[in-house]
Structures are given as structure tokens and as C-alpha cells.
Ligand binder design. Structure first.
Ligand code: SF4
Length: 340
């Protein structure tokens, strides 16, 4: 436990989780949109929310990004960015048909799961994909090998799967699930399919695991845990569930400090605070200010991991950035032109 900041005792304290907020994949995806706006100019089209956070999306919209649901909404020949959650191969095909220039901001850790799906499908495995039905990441991964993949949405679904050969079946998962619930699903699957193989490495990503781990550490001491994040953010919603399962008396998800009800804090001595992997830290600071104004001035940051991972920008964007820099240097006037 490290002390970040301490002020006169009010008897009310905040346990601030770390790691929290932006992960490497989200940071890369947001930077991809910002760099594309700088390089090509507005508007830049983005298929689906680049990351599942209301504040991030509205900020990028103000900077010139246009978020669409499908490629058909993007004018032919334009640039389109695919979100961090990944897309099925057919989405690339549709983009080609419309002569769109696609920049792929899929998190490399999601791409890793796509590779696993393709590899096991090529070896003719049945693949049990543990994930939430309708989530964009699951749609994208399932699209890699629809004939081989069955979705298992939680432990109850485990009893419904049917496979062709029980000795040739593997499970994969969405990257942002609850670790404990996923293990429960796997255990239930293994009762029926003892030869079920596990993924070559964890599919639930480091950021999801780290954020859940630190919340578990603080939860039992907390009267209430506040998670900053959006309702459609899988990893943020999981953090609320994990907090309550680990002993917090209550857990709430908020996009903004203004959504915190004073009723939640009545009688509370200790508030836990964290944020999902798509949440900029300024929103957490606003919650800290909100809590301080209500007497929660004693803030202790609880750290369980040090995250240093970063991902480089998508190749296609880096190539154009390099070309623009070279053009600027050649013109000697500080202005580069990138053909679109
Ligand atoms: S939560 Fe994990 S998989 Fe998703 S963008 Fe972040 S690092 Fe990548």
C-alpha cells in the first residue's frame, strides 16, 4: 500500500486502486484517431465506438471524428478506423468493396485471440468461445471461423454445447471477462468435456486481470466501490461485480462524478475507487474532487502491479506519418501532404 496524499483526518477515506484506467490497447486506439485527424484532417470515420467510453467518444467527436455503425455509412474512398475491439474478416472485405482506406486499431491482444481462432479452426477443432453475446469483440472473433466457433455466454451455457469430437475441442475467451466467472465456466465445461484444451496463453488480457486483482484487494475494506466507466464497457461492468463479490457492501458504475448519488455515501467510512480500461484519469480526478468536497479527504493509493506495456500505432498509419514527415523535410516548409 502506498500513500499518495494524506490530509487531516475526517474519518472518511478513499482507497484508490492502481492499476486503473487506460490500458495499452485503448491508449493506442485513441492515439490512432487523434494522429489520423492531425495527418489527414477531419472528418475521420470510425466504425463503432473506438473504445467503450462515452467521454472519450464525445471528445473525439468534437475533434472531428465521425462514429458510424457500419462501413456503408462511410463515403466511398474515405478513411475508416476499426475500433479496439476488432472486426470480422468480412468487414475488411466490405471496406475494400467501398474503396475505403482502413486503419486497424484492433488491440494486439484481441488480434492474438483472432490468430488462435484461425489456427484451431485450420486444425479442425471445435472452438468454445467464452464471451458475452452481441459484444463487438465476440462478433469479430467468431467471424474468423464461424463454422467452428460456438459462443458460451457464462457458466449456464456450458451445459448446452455440443461438439463433434470431444478429444478435439478448445476454449478461447473474450479479453475483458471476469477471471473467476470464466474459470467457473471452464470447470463446468471440463466436467462434460474432460479433454477440453486451454488457450496457449491467457486470453483475458493483463489489463483486465490487473484491474480486477487490485479491486479484490480493497473491496472487503470498502463500504462502497465506485467504478468510473461506461455501461457498455465490459471490463468496467465486471469491476463492479468483482468488487461486490469480493466483499464491498455496494458497487456503482458512473461515467461522471455528477452521477454519484449522495445517498450512496451515507454512513460510508471507506470508498473504493477505480476505473475501467477505457477511462481517462481526469474523470477519476473529478470523482476524487467530488468525494473530497464530501469529507473523503484521506486518499490512499493501493498498488498491486506496475504496468509498462505500450503498443505502437498501426503500420498503415505509421507509414503515412513517415511519408508526411519526409515530404515536410523535402519541402523545407514544415508542411507535408499525404495522398488520401
Ligand atoms: S482491455 Fe485488454 S484487450 Fe482490451 S484494449 Fe485494453 S489491453 Fe487490449
Amino acid at each position: 500500500m502506498t500513500e499518495a496524499q494524506a490530509t487531516p483526518q475526517t474519518g472518511k477515506r478513499v482507497l484508490l486502486a492502481r492499476p486503473r484506467g487506460y490500458c495499452a490497447g485503448v491508449d493506442r486506439a485513441v492515439q490512432t484517431v487523434q494522429e489520423a485527424l492531425k495527418l489527414y484532417g477531419a472528418p475521420i470515420y470510425v466504425r463503432k465506438q473506438i473504445v467503450h467510453n462515452k467521454h472519450v467518444v464525445s471528445t473525439l467527436e468534437r475533434q472531428g471524428a465521425i462514429f458510424v455503425e457500419e462501413n456503408e455509412e462511410v463515403p466511398e474512398g474515405s478513411i475508416v478506423i476499426f475500433s479496439a475491439h476488432g472486426v470480422a474478416p468480412e468487414v475488411y472485405e466490405q471496406a475494400k468493396e467501398r474503396s475505403l482506406r482502413a486503419i486497424d486499431a484492433t488491440c494486439p491482444l484481441v488480434t492474438k485471440v483472432h490468430h488462435e481462432a484461425r489456427r484451431f479452426a485450420a486444425e479442425d477443432y471445435d472452438i468454445l468461445l467464452i464471451g458475452h453475446e452481441g459484444h463487438e469483440e465476440v462478433i469479430g472473433t467468431a467471424g474468423e471461423a464461424p463454422a467452428h466457433i460456438q459462443l458460451v455466454d457464462g457458466p449456464e451455457d456450458a451445459d448446452k454445447v455440443t461438439v463433434r469430437d470431444p478429444s478435439k475441442v478448445v476454449w478461447l475467451s473474450q479479453t475483458t471477462l471476469s477471471v473467476d466467472e470464466t474459470m467457473e465456466t471452464v470447470a463446468r465445461l471440463k466436467r462434460r468435456l474432460p479433454l477440453l484444451q486451454s488457450p496457449p496463453s491467457d486470453d483475458i488480457c493483463y489489463a483486465t486481470q490487473n484491474r480486477q486483482h487490485v479491486v479484490k484487494e480493497i473491496a472487503a475494506e470498502c463500504d462502497v466501490v465506485l467504478v468510473v466507466g461506461s455501461l457498455n464497457s465490459s471490463n468496467s461492468v465486471r469491476l463492479v461485480e468483482v468488487a461486490v463479490d469480493a466483499g464491498a457492501r455496494a458497487g456503482h458504475l458512473v461515467d461522471y462524478a455528477s452521477e454519484i448519488s449522495d445517498d450512496w455515501l451515507v454512513g460510508a467510512g471507506t470508498v473504493g475507487l477505480t476505473s475501467g480500461a477505457s477511462v481517462p484519469d481526469e474523470l477519476v480526478q473529478e470523482v476524487l474532487d467530488h468525494l473530497a468536497a464530501r469529507g473523503f479527504t484521506d486518499v490512499t493509493e493501493v498498488t498491486t502491479a506496475d504496468e509498462r506495456l505500450t503498443f505502437s500505432l498501426p503500420q498503415e498509419l505509421k507509414r503515412d506519418m513517415k511519408a508526411a514527415a519526409a515530404a515536410r523535410a523535402a519541402n523545407g516548409n514544415g508542411r507535408g501532404v499525404v495522398p488520401v
